[in-house]
Design a protein around this ligand. Structure first.
Ligand SMILES: O=C(CO)[C@@H](O)[C@H](O)COP(=O)(O)O
Length: 216
């Protein structure tokens, strides 16, 4: 599955963008929440997501790039997020937060940055609905894919054949093929979707074609 990251969309036209993604066949969107502390950039928070919620029925996969996700967790739950992802580098003892997310009826996932080994999340795999493997250092769209993370995807896939594995950063048709071949099940893509021609259906089709090459 390809999940567009909204970071590169036109936020002034969010309702149109969401509708265009729907027409193009998208089934979920990835929301990048940045606190200017865990990552060197700011984006948007729960009040903005709350306003988007009635505009779409897309599941909101919400990636909290925050130093203290627990402080704002209830706001994101109330805003209507469906999947809540936070970073193991920010919360080294993640079980209480993972359980709060699941108790609220959301799916819980952990993200890991390119330098972080799989061993950092291994003890918590049974508490997770998914893992998000970052293939760039988080904070900005449009960066180059870091191929060394593919080994982590392979390790996770071998450890948990059924676990959904997302990969995020620098995804294009070529890296989509590599990621899927390694065992990724969800491709988060920003600039490869929100490209200049505005043809989201074509962009998604190219990514899906790339992903298919990875399983052939
Ligand atoms: O989490 C992030 C960036 O921190 C990503 O979701 C990016 O927004 C993906 O953008 P591209 O690398 O696909 O342009």
């Amino acid at each position: 599955m390809v999940t567009p990251s909204l970071l590169n969309c036109d936020f002034a036209r969010i309702a149109d963008e969401l509708e265009a993604l729907k027409q193009a066949g998208t089934i979920a969107v990835h929301l990048d929440v940045m606190d200017g502390h865990f990552v060197p950039n700011l984006s948007y928070g729960a009040p903005v997501i709350k306003d988007w919620r009635p505009r779409t029925d897309f599941p909101f996969d919400t990636h909290l790039m925050m130093s203290d996700p627990g402080r704002y967790l209830d706001d994101f739950i109330r805003a209507g997020c469906d999947v809540i992802i936070f970073h193991i580098e920010a919360v080294p003892e993640p079980v209480p937060l993972l359980r709060r997310i699941r108790a609220a009826g959301c799916h819980a996932a952990l993200a890991l940055n390119p330098p972080t080994p799989v061993s950092a999340i291994e003890p918590f795999l049974d508490e997770l609905d998914a893992v998000l493997v970052m293939s760039v250092m988080p904070g900005f769209g449009g960066q180059a894919f870091e191929p060394s993370v593919l080994e982590k995807v392979r390790t996770l896939r071998a450890a948990r054949p059924e676990l959904p594995i997302s990969i995020d950063g620098g995804i294009n048709p070529t890296t989509a093929a590599e990621a899927v071949a390694a065992g990724a099940t969800q491709l988060v893509a920003g600039s490869a979707v929100f490209r200049n021609d505005g043809n989201y259906a074509a962009a998604l089709a190219e990514l899906v074609q790339g992903a298919r090459r990875g399983i052939e």
